[in-house]
Design a binder for this molecule. Structure first.
Ligand code: CA
Length: 229
């Protein structure tokens, strides 16, 4: 299989170095840009599988780069992992509506970051296969047969709980805002307020039993399905 390519758009030399070294060691092909404009150009020519995108960049900032990648049919499908500073929590959420797939706060730890990168890349492969069954971390969700199991035990879920579990489990590691989750829910018991999502998630976690930890709370954003360790 051809090597997967990661484009790093980051203006801090020490971070570029540590990311390049460690991701190359994981077997990825690495391309680097140190400002937003160069980053966009490389994204369009190298067509990487994933972009690690810093928020604060010279020439064109990260959010703008993100928006432009999403509006260009050539780069639309590229996974985007944003790097943000802690003080920019509001921007994180903005980042999601701009089309980033996930984010990591700076300063970051390397291992979890590599984990996220791999989860995002797995997810793009899974999306290509567009399967109706998700099996991960002891949990199995079958959308066609509308069944869900935890460690082989069948779960009795409401339509909303099922939809939430399907949405989250299908893209492990991807953080969803409550608003996004609300959008995914249809049917009679579909939540009409963002905070109602919390109630459904709580109930879903209870039903997951020993696997309750599979759904993680992402502070000031929403929820995500745990990445398998
Ligand atoms: Ca920066």
């Amino acid at each position: 299989m051809a090597k997967q390519t990661i484009l790093i758009i980051e203006d801090e030399p020490s971070l570029v170095e540590v990311l390049t070294y460690n991701l190359a060691k994981e077997g990825f092909e690495i391309v680097v840009a140190t400002d937003g404009q160069e980053g966009l150009r490389l994204a369009q020519t190298a067509l990487p599988d994933l972009v690690i995108l810093d928020l604060m960049l010279p020439v064109i900032d990260g959010l703008d780069v993100c928006r432009r990648l999403r509006s260009d049919p050539r780069t639309l499908g590229i996974r985007i992992l944003m790097l943000t500073a802690k003080s920019e929590e509001v921007d994180e959420i903005v980042g999601f509506s701009m089309g980033a797939d996930d984010y990591v706060n700076k300063p970051f730890r390397l291992k979890p970051l590599i984990h996220r990168v791999k989860a995002l890349l797995r997810r793009s492969t899974a999306a290509e296969q567009s399967s109706d069954i998700v099996a991960t971390d002891g949990i199995e969700v079958d959308r066609l047969n509308h069944t869900a199991k935890a460690d082989g035990r069948e779960l009795q879920l409401t339509p909303t709980e099922f939809q939430l579990l399907w949405t989250l489990a299908r893209q492990p590691g991807r953080a969803f805002t409550r608003n996004e989750l609300m959008d995914r829910c249809r049917g009679e018991d579909a939540p009409s307020f963002e905070r109602t999502i919390d109630v459904h998630i709580r109930s879903l976690r209870q039903k997951l039993g020993n696997r309750f930890g599979a759904i993680e709370t992402v502070r000031s954003v929403g929820y995500r399905f745990r990445t398998e360790v």
